[in-house]
Design a protein around this ligand. Structure first.
Ligand SMILES: [Zn+2]
Length: 287
């Protein structure tokens, strides 16, 4: 069951944006004349000018805010059509600012959006890169009865890996392959709310929807079946399965995506590996 924590804890102060006109903006339009000390009269006139500009800025921001709200509404309703469960969940939650909204808005210059897929989001969000969701017709199940789906090249490589590891007495297996936007919505937003985490904290262990390598069909999460307590935990690095991966994965064109202290500042995920053994996957991850 969810732990009951006040929703205000989900909103870190760093997320708030200043609405003041900055000194740089004022200087750029030459309202502060630093070369001469103003006389009393000039000083009063200067104050009036600054106040005037301040109020113009205020009304501009108010207008922009109204436009922003309109576009957000459009985007939300578009998402609701694609994912009713998600919007139902949102309706019951406090209206916390979603970290994904600004990036969507940056490119949402057309209010005639007909679907969430029409909106081009930012290339990066909370240190995660954006990935298109693979066409599900191009995916294959890992085994006939498996819910885990991958691109055929990744499936072929991972199948040979599991066979070799098991032949060597290592209980390597995987728990996750391709994920839809719905899957990632749950993993990012629902669990974030359930655990009362900030957007940043959640992003250290889970990518926001649209920004997960799992969308490509080339990323997997490995486990050691003999060590259930290490599943999707950093302690996976202490397992035989992880040691086997470190020594063998490269021979199957797999690499660990998020090393410890990685440059992207994404949390260390020793269980999460990606296939880079064909042109498509290489371009996806290294473009
Ligand atoms: Zn993963």
């Amino acid at each position: 069951m969810p732990v009951s924590i006040p929703p205000s804890k989900d909103i870190p102060p760093a997320r708030r944006q200043s609405t003041d006109v900055s000194l740089d903006e004022i200087e750029n339009i030459r309202f502060v004349a630093p070369k001469r000390k103003p006389t009393g009269l000039r000083w009063v006139a200067g104050l009036l000018l600054v106040a005037g500009i301040g109020s113009v800025g205020y009304w501009q921001r108010a207008w922009l805010g109204a436009q922003t709200g309109r576009v957000v509404g459009g985007v939300r309703s578009a998402i609701a059509q694609v994912n009713p469960a998600r919007s139902a969940g949102e309706a019951t939650a406090e209206s916390e600012p979603s970290s994904s909204e600004p990036s969507i808005l940056n490119s949402a210059d057309d209010s005639d959006q007909t679907g969430a897929g029409d909106v081009a989001p930012a290339d990066q969000l909370l240190n995660h890169r954006r990935y298109d969701v693979a066409d599900e017709a191009t995916l294959v199940p890992l085994t006939p009865d498996s819910e885990i789906r991958l691109k055929p090249a990744a499936k072929a490589a991972v199948t040979r890996m599991l066979e070799k590891a098991r032949a060597e007495g290592v209980q390597l297996d995987l728990v996750s392959g391709f994920r839809t936007l719905d899957d990632q919505n749950y993993l990012y937003f629902d669990l974030k709310a359930e655990r009362g985490e900030s957007a940043q904290t959640r992003a250290e262990v889970s990518a926001p929807p649209g920004y997960s390598e799992h969308h490509t069909g080339y990323a997997v999460d490995f486990i050691d079946k003999s060590r259930p307590s290490t599943h999707l935990e950093e302690s996976f690095e202490d397992t035989e399965a992880f040691k086997w991966l470190e020594a063998n994965a490269a021979f199957f064109n797999f690499e660990m995506s998020f090393q410890r202290d990685n440059e992207a500042q994404v949390g260390y995920e020793p269980w999460h590996w990606r296939y880079v053994g064909n042109q498509e996957s290489l371009e996806l991850f290294y473009k």
